[in-house]
Design a protein around this ligand. Sequence first.
Ligand code: TYC
Length: 101
Amino acid sequence: MSDISTKQRTETRVKTERPKLHKVILLNDDYTPREFVVKVLQSVFRLSEPQAQSVMMTAHQKGAAVIAVYTQEIAETKAEEAIALSQHFGFPLMLTTEPEE
Ligand code: TYC
């Protein structure tokens, strides 16, 4: 005989931590052409052309700009991709990542 309807069930609730998000930060330099920075932001980070222009100009004027936030692995992979792409074209463009507060 099945006791499925009367059996007490204990529910275990496991608290799932949300993965911390990491910022990808674009750093200014004196040599990388503005148009190249915009292309990298569009191709690697999928920014629209106006968004890419805006982020590029913020880095150009203030020294650094947050591009976007991702989980740690994606943030680091995208930063590495952008740096590799820039090095391939002989530009010194630099990006860093840091955890969000
Ligand atoms: N400062 C560069 C120039 O005048 C352009 C530039 C902008 C480079 C933003 C990097 O993250 C950067 N050619």
